[in-house]
Ligand binder design. Sequence first.
Ligand SMILES: CC(C)(COP(=O)(O)OP(=O)(O)OC[C@H]1O[C@@H](n2cnc3c(N)ncnc32)[C@H](O)[C@@H]1OP(=O)(O)O)[C@@H](O)C(=O)NCCC(=O)NCCS
Ligand SMILES: [Zn+2]
Length: 294
Amino acid sequence: MPMLTRATLADELRRLGVPERGLLLVHSSFRALGPVDGGPEAVVGALLDAMGPAGTVMAPTFTTNLIDPYTWPVPPEERERARILADIPYFDPTTSRPHKMGIIAEALWRTPGTLRSAHPVTSWAARGTLAEALLKDQPLDDPEGRDGPVGRAWQRDAWVLLLGVEHDADTTVHLAESLLEMPHLEILPDRYPSRDARGARVWLPVRKTTKCSDGFLGLGPHLDTAGVVRRGPTGACQSQLVRSRDVVRVAANLLRRQPTALLCADPDCVHCPASRRVLAAWRAPTGTPEAPPA
Ligand SMILES: CC(C)(COP(=O)(O)OP(=O)(O)OC[C@H]1O[C@@H](n2cnc3c(N)ncnc32)[C@H](O)[C@@H]1OP(=O)(O)O)[C@@H](O)C(=O)NCCC(=O)NCCS
Ligand SMILES: [Zn+2]
């Protein structure tokens, strides 16, 4: 198989249906693509070429390594936690590397001219015509809700590209949870370091924020049944393209009927067993959250 290049990947993305002049949320795995001539920067180039100069590309640059580790997937022992708390640096949008978002998201952030939102835990990088409107003043609480970058993208009829990854990396599912006001988002708040008026270190909570997304894999078959997923080859892997509105609509319909459907089954998960308890007594509001007409 010939090595993937910026030009061939851009062609594959167009064939998949990436909309020129549109808005694209990208979740990605560089390794899944196989060898790429030009590395992650060539993938960013291909995304920008496929979208054209009037398009906008956005990717998560979360820094979930810069929070109190009590909500990490494997929390440390108390003594280790105290050591980590003392050492965690403050978030700086210009220097804090994204954590576990992949080298493509990092390359997008590092491309000169890309903007990054200032959220201390779940920031986003974007470039293109809508970048500033999507990223400015990301709310500290409910950062993945209606008024955050993902919610604003949903309101602007964005597409979600899963480049060699699955829905467990699909942040738009968190938007559906937020729009439904699901109460498990309120437990175990992320806590990030900040400085008080005298410069002393303080730990502040982020209310209503993302939890474990491993169980979001279960959304895939529902989206397939709804017939809203486009699939196609990208390098060595298959990728998926789906409208943000369809992710929210299908996820919200599922979660209304079965609130725990997208929690993971791991009994040792830091979030999901507690979420299951909170959701047992919850009744969803009626009606599917509707974005304004495109
Ligand atoms: C976690 C995740 C990023 C791991 O995927 P991955 O492909 O292993 O990670 P990356 O995209 O960083 O690629 C890593 C590879 O790039 C290589 N690489 C890193 N920098 C490189 C560079 N400059 N040039 C060439 N190769 C490079 C690494 O060596 C590694 O390859 P290897 O595994 O063969 O050693 C992915 O599974 C995922 O979940 N992505 C989506 C994240 C997301 O959007 N989450 C949303 C929040 S819910
Ligand atoms: Zn879980």
